[in-house]
Write a protein that binds this ligand. Structure first.
Ligand SMILES: C[S@@+](CC[C@H](N)C(=O)[O-])C[C@H]1O[C@@H](n2cnc3c(N)ncnc32)[C@H](O)[C@@H]1O
Length: 402
């Protein structure tokens, strides 16, 4: 996701947001009470992002697009989905099967991938969606109502990963960064775990506790795998949910590839000594900031993805890391330039097409430029049983950075 502007002053809340925020805050306060006065940060995220009817992803806020809090690549431009579709078509040709999209948001990626697969004559029998948010699932259903029947007929929603492993493609754009994560601070002794407590006035405050044995072992293992020690005071995040999540994806895939697209880094860069305050980001009406306790339930809270952790979990799940590159390299290898050239050609011949061409060119810049989404976003393919290398990774191989 990308904020349009980076300013520190947040816009005021509307009255309905004030009411909703108060209900979420009360739920967090209650949870802090039942947990003995302190809530681990990942448990805080489970409430403020996913509590049914309350959490950011589970209640009715706009979230995506110009009227929301952030823009994701498929929301920004259909070019993204067209390129992803070319990669899907290749995998479907190699492995057969279906497409399963995780966390489909408003359904923008599904709509553009289906339309492009139709053009490529590579439609799968089914395009499954697994969405944990009932609110977003309802918005997806609404959006797909206007799709042609030939595409709509392919769509199916799942409540869980398929029990019988499927062949084909699993897609997850900006899902790994939305999984609840833990915060830690390195000390000269046991690391501290970040969490949330209440001030004497009942406000949410950040509070740290000595990490339990499990988190302490995770941090020790992480530190031991880095070229330089993490200095005392170093603060960052880690996502224990990644491993079971990838294991579940591995169990769900008999043949084909999972394509994970997210902002993130290999471990050495992620936990670089200079990145001493971590990667946590909050998004509220196109403002990005790092105060996760502000406006609970009304803002998105994410952290970058440690792609080395993803790759390790994939290997444990007997998947291969079939490719890892920047979003820019992936889109270029999947023909974004040919889409732009085609729009330039039609601009030369048809009235009105010049405006369309200018719009596409500006969207492509955001998708591709290093200072926008081009470099911070990476694409990783986790494959099983594929005979050939994937086209999307032909221009760049960053696997050595893992
Ligand atoms: C940042 S949004 C991205 C939405 C969409 N993929 C896009 O790019 O516009 C994160 C999405 O992941 C979903 N999500 C979070 N955890 C999930 C999980 N374990 N399985 C499936 N979806 C999940 C959220 O409900 C939301 O739809």
């Amino acid at each position: 996701m990308t904020p349009d502007t980076a300013v520190t002053i947040l816009p005021p809340l509307r009255p309905d947001e004030v009411r909703h925020g108060a209900a979420v805050l009360q739920t967090v306060r209650d949870a802090i009470g039942t947990h003995g006065g302190w809530l681990a940060f990942d448990d805080y995220l489970r409430i403020v992002l996913y509590a049914p009817g309350l959490g950011y992803y589970s209640a009715g806020s706009v979230k995506f697009g110009r009227g929301g809090d952030f823009v994701t690549a498929p929301e920004l431009s259909g070019l993204f989905g067209r390129c992803v579709a070319r990669q899907c078509a290749e995998i479907l040709q190699l492995a057969g099967g279906d497409v399963l999209e995780l966390g489909a948001g408003t359904g923008a990626l599904a709509a553009s991938v289906l339309a492009a697969l139709y053009e490529l004559e590579a439609l799968p029998r089914h395009y499954y969606i697994l969405e944990v948010s009932a609110d977003l699932r309802a918005r997806q259903e609404q959006r797909f109502a206007s799709l042609p029947q030939a595409l709509r007929a392919r769509l199916r929603w799942l409540d869980a990963l398929p029990a019988a492993p499927m062949a084909g493609v699993i897609l997850a754009n900006e899902v790994a960064d939305a999984l609840p994560f833990k915060r830690f601070t390195v000390t000269s002794d046991t690391p501290l775990e970040g969490g949330v407590a209440l001030s004497a006035e009942g406000a949410l405050i950040e509070a740290e506790r000595p990490a339990d044995a499990l988190l302490a072992a995770e941090v020790a293992q992480l530190a031991a795998s880095l070229p330089e020690p993490l200095p005392p005071g170093y603060r960052s995040e880690l996502c224990p949910m990644l491993q079971p999540w990838i294991a579940a994806l591995g169990a769900a895939l008999s043949r084909g590839a999972a394509l994970l697209i997210d902002y993130g880094l290999g471990r050495r860069e992620y936990y670089h000594p200079q990145r001493g305050q971590g990667t946590l980001r909050c998004h509220f009406r196109h403002r990005a900031h790092d105060n996760a306790l502000l406006n609970p339930g009304l803002q998105d809270i994410t952290a970058w993805v440690d792609f080395t952790r993803v790759a390790e979990a994939a290997v444990d799940a007997q998947l291969e890391v079939g490719g890892f590159c920047t979003q820019a390299a992936f889109l270029l290898a999947n023909g974004i330039e040919s889409d732009l050239a085609a729009s330039a050609a039609s601009a030369a011949s048809a009235a009105g097409a010049a405006t369309e061409q200018a719009r596409l060119a500006s969207e492509a810049r955001v998708l591709l430029l290093p200072g926008e989404m081009g470099e911070s976003f990476k694409v990783m393919a986790l494959t099983r049983g594929l005979a050939a290398p994937l086209r999307g990774f032909a221009y760049q191989d960053l696997r050595r950075s893992l």
